[in-house]
Design a protein around this ligand. Structure first.
Ligand code: FAD
Ligand code: SF4
Length: 437
């Protein structure tokens, strides 16, 4: 009798504790399998820059890498092995590599011969066009610390090669294109080596950091900047980082020519001609620090040129009591819609051409679903923008053409990386030619 009771209690404990755990585990597994299958279909199984490569033979499926990733939802354990479920979200922190107990995961660029999105560079970061360098995220390596170290490496190499500077030479020694972390560090290194240089950027100083949301925490590692010294902390807010860049440009008199969009660079003899916004600039060496975000994709609809149409949202708090349309269905669009819907008096509509949101982070999915339920965001799926007017937007939906009131429109349709322009300059990419020594 007593034994039977023990069996009954044990069975009850098993049912109460393990069955729910098993059901939850199985549900998560099925979800991961589905996400991996989707990732394969959508081509999301690799990253934009460096990303995790998993040695399936050695992976024991412990999931430490999944838990360690600060961006979340990049990796998942599928059928007992770590796999990428959204590579585009990876920005290469590398925490996954550090925590893997069996060294089954490495973060890198993989086999360059297969990557036609990575320019071929030598150890000094010079491209296949001698005198033309690529630094920062454009090289394939994301993260601010990589941008800083590459900006210095390229200019140290230029300085080691350069002859004597002639003060009356109208041709610059170096032109740097891009004033993000890589370009600004290259400029500081030019100052340090007393090189005559010029920085061009189509926006202003700061690069991608300018596009981060307000008060975003930026993770980095202590890193040395030429002349300025060490950036000591592991975490900065966006605003702190921008203040540092501002101080650097003021203290070391680094002039950034803003509003210059570089469209082409040609080379004759040992002189480069940089074509930017209708002007030309000449230099003996060029450092490209363009990043990989590229130009925001446009909708090409009437009215898109109006100043009320924007391609990023820096500060949701600046918009109150407005009719706002957000176009897109990825994380950036959803985060913008959520931020705007939380401001007083806003009526936010999100228009997306697909029937549901596209691979968004779980946290974002929960937030937007809650706001949709509370009627603070109105989603219009399977819709496209036809026209933007000063006070309205015309949308084509499955049922009809609709016109909704509109004060501001935010478009998040992705970006076009500058690879075509680089190829036109003669720069070769991986998968195109054998790497140079
Ligand atoms: C949402 C998000 C979060 C991130 N979080 C972190 C983090 O926590 N820690 C971290 O280390 N990294 C983070 N990163 C990555 C980091 O921002 C980038 O790796 C870094 O900014 C790359 O620096 P860069 O100088 O190479 O390029 P960018 O910062 O992209 O700067 C490129 C500059 O080139 C200019 N430019 C481009 N094309 C042209 C042209 N044709 N003519 C003229 N100018 C041009 C642009 O206007 C821009 O100013 C994050 C990135 C994103 C998007
Ligand atoms: S930490 Fe290593 S062993 Fe564990 S799941 Fe990730 S890759 Fe596999």
């Amino acid at each position: 009798m007593e034994t039977a009771l023990i069996y009954v209690i044990a069975a009850a404990v098993f049912v109460i504790i393990f069955v729910p755990y098993f059901i939850k585990f199985r549900k998560a597994q099925l979800e991961s399998i589905k996400r991996r299958e989707e990732a394969e279909k959508l081509g999301l199984t690799r990253g934009r820059t460096q990303y995790p490569f998993i040695d399936e033979e050695h992976c024991i499926g412990c999931g430490s890498c999944v838990a360690a990733c600060p961006e979340s939802d990049v990796l998942a354990v599928v059928n007992g092995k770590a796999m990428i479920v959204n590579g585009l979200r990876c920005i290469g922190h590398g925490h996954c590599e550090k925590v893997c107990p069996v060294n089954a995961l490495k973060v890198g660029l993989g086999d360059l011969a297969r990557r036609d999105d990575i320019p071929l560079l030598n150890d000094s970061l010079e491209t296949t066009v001698p005198g033309l360098y690529i630094v920062g995220e454009l090289s394939g390596f994301s993260l601010i610390r990589n941008a800083i170290s590459q900006g210095q490496r390229a200019v140290n190499h230029i300085a080691s090669q350069n002859g004597k500077f002639k003060p009356d030479d109208p041709i610059k020694e170096v032109i740097i294109v891009g004033a993000g972390p890589a370009g600004l560090t290259a400029a500081l290194a030019c100052k340090k080596h007393n090189l005559d240089f010029l920085v061009l950027d189509r926006q202003g100083t700061g690069g991608t950091i300018l596009q981060y949301p307000r008060r975003k925490l930026v993770m980095t590692q202590p890193v040395e900047l030429p002349l300025y010294g060490r950036l000591k902390k592991h975490e900065y807010t966006k605003e702190e980082l921008l203040d540092i860049w501002e101080k650097i440009t003021a203290d070391y008199q680094i002039e950034v020519k803003s509003g210059y969009n570089v469209e082409h660079i040609s080379k004759e003899g040992d002189v480069f001609t940089v074509h930017a916004s209708g002007e030309i600039f000449q230099a003996r060496k060029v450092v490209l620090a363009l990043g990989r975000r590229g130009v925001p994709r446009k909708l090409h609809v009437p009215g898109e040129e109006m100043s009320k149409v924007m391609y990023n949202l820096i500060d949701a708090q600046s918009y109150k009591n407005c009719h706002i349309l957000v176009v897109g269905g990825g994380d950036s669009a959803v985060e913008a819609a959520v931020g705007l819907a939380r401001q007083k008096g806003n009526r936010v509509t999100i228009s997306y051409r697909k029937s549901q949101f596209f691979r968004i982070k779980k946290k974002n999915e929960e937030r937007i679903n809650r706001l949709i339920k509370e009627k603070k965001i109105q989603p219009i799926f399977n819709s496209t923008v036809l026209e933007i007017r000063p006070d309205a937007v015309k949308l084509r939906t499955e049922e009809a053409i609709r016109e909704i009131p509109n004060d501001f429109t935010f478009i998040f349709a992705g970006g076009e990386p500058p690879f075509k322009m680089l190829r036109k300059m003669g720069i070769q990419f991986g998968g195109q030619a054998p790497p140079r020594n």
